[in-house]
Design a protein around this ligand. Sequence first.
Ligand SMILES: Cc1cc2nc3c(=O)[nH]c(=O)nc-3n(C[C@H](O)[C@H](O)[C@H](O)COP(=O)(O)OP(=O)(O)OC[C@H]3O[C@@H](n4cnc5c(N)ncnc54)[C@H](O)[C@@H]3O)c2cc1C
Length: 500
Amino acid sequence: MMNLVMAQQHTVVIGAGPAGLTAAYELTRRDASVEVVESDDVVGGISRTVERDGWRFDIGGHRFFTKVPQVAALWHEILAAEDFLLRPRMSRIHYRGRLFDYPLKAGNALRNLGVVEATRCVGSYLWSRLRPPADQSHFEGWVSARFGARLYRMFFKTYTEKVWGIPATELQADWAAQRIKNLSLAGAVRNALLPSRDRTAITSLIEEFEYPKYGPGMMWERCAELVTRAGGRVTLNAPAQTVHRAGGRAVAVTVTDATGTRRIAADHVVSSMPISALVRAMDPPAPEPVRAAADALRYRDFLTVALVVPSTAGFPDNWIYVHTPGVRVGRIQNFGSWSPYLVRDGFTCLGLEYFVNVGDELWSADDDALVALGTAELARLGLVDPEAVSAGYVVRMPKAYPVYDEGYEQAVETIRRWLAEAVPNVYPVGRNGMHRYNNQDHSMLTAMLTVSNILDGTAHDVWTVNVEESYHEESGHEQTGAGQHGTGRAAPVLPHRAAA
Ligand SMILES: Cc1cc2nc3c(=O)[nH]c(=O)nc-3n(C[C@H](O)[C@H](O)[C@H](O)COP(=O)(O)OP(=O)(O)OC[C@H]3O[C@@H](n4cnc5c(N)ncnc54)[C@H](O)[C@@H]3O)c2cc1C
């Protein structure tokens, strides 16, 4: 149990996303002293809800689903039952003007493909069994060998290439192996089109999920409020710039906020800022090999073009995957299907998701050009008439995805070891904080375990969270699955140059 000395110690939490705010909530719940410093002007991190002119949208779409009971309990402690909606899940795949049920269903797939195309797919599959591609070391070869080139081109190639920004021939096959082991699309395609002896067991998809009625940001805004009410401090527009170390520990964090530059003495530092930036913030600096490891870590960035349209122009799905070639958009959210509280009567807001790299042509395009692109692509897909679009907004989110490229695992390990030795009172938590494909629940769990380590002297290893377990949820490229040790949530290992 926490003693008086612990109670008097001060923890600085870097970042007011799910991990940072969970840490602060758990600390204040136990009367420990805490300040959260957040570089942005809103809380929630990637799980924020953006509001523009009264419209609300998510970065992606954030389903609240977890197999970790203490996380579910915390969500329900923070928000009252009436603030949660239980939403049905519906999503389809857009392919060349047709919408395929996802998971694929035999009747629907046959109707959409037509008997001729379906026969071709089965033929291409049989051909791949007879003459498998010689090179199966990459995603394309591996998937084509198992599903045939035709199904591969329809249901795997374009979307995967959009998400990761590199040709599927440069994605390693082991990701496909891992992903498809748990991925229902593969099983569903087989179930829909192939003879029953080829069927694999399909992992059940989550058909319903919880969602705060004003979006995920509502959870984190409320959490910040509760932290403040319990005596903690949450400071926005306050980027942590330096983590000072002395005597084998971190001793203070310097932030710049509205009051100027401030040095906050710290007994503990919980960090959800990107682990690469944490290393670069160290003073005195980390040794050269650790800085090199930090510099080697890469990210994939993300932007949403949100377009306001009459609700009749929308669709019932929560989101649609766009597998149709010739457009840049990867996925389209219908925020009105997530929650009627995000939109206004008679209208909905469609969130067109583009997977980008900071500084590339899409990231750098001005908002009007992006709104025009989104409007044109919706029309090209045959989904919405351009005349129906009454407003558009652009939301950019850097570092949405930690990239698993060659060598990333070694780089994270180098940093992890150095932090544990040189500054054992600095605790990396969360998603980018640990460079791991964590969803909210696992990000929160790392924070909860960390607080227990700080206050109770436990020795939970947060690096084992989201590693061994396999929880069969899938949400677009937020694929989950049985992670290999040290890898965490399933994501492809990319060639190093890809993310450069
Ligand atoms: C497209 C997409 C869809 C997703 N869908 C789901 C879903 O359906 N369900 C789900 O549970 N999860 C989902 N996630 C994952 C979820 O967004 C993350 O797991 C979660 O937000 C991670 O929380 P975090 O606190 O670790 O990090 P973040 O949310 O990244 O928060 C970190 C915070 O630290 C701040 N920060 C950074 N540097 C500094 C600094 N130097 N000083 C001060 N502050 C700093 C940032 O501004 C940010 O606010 C999705 C993610 C994406 C990209």
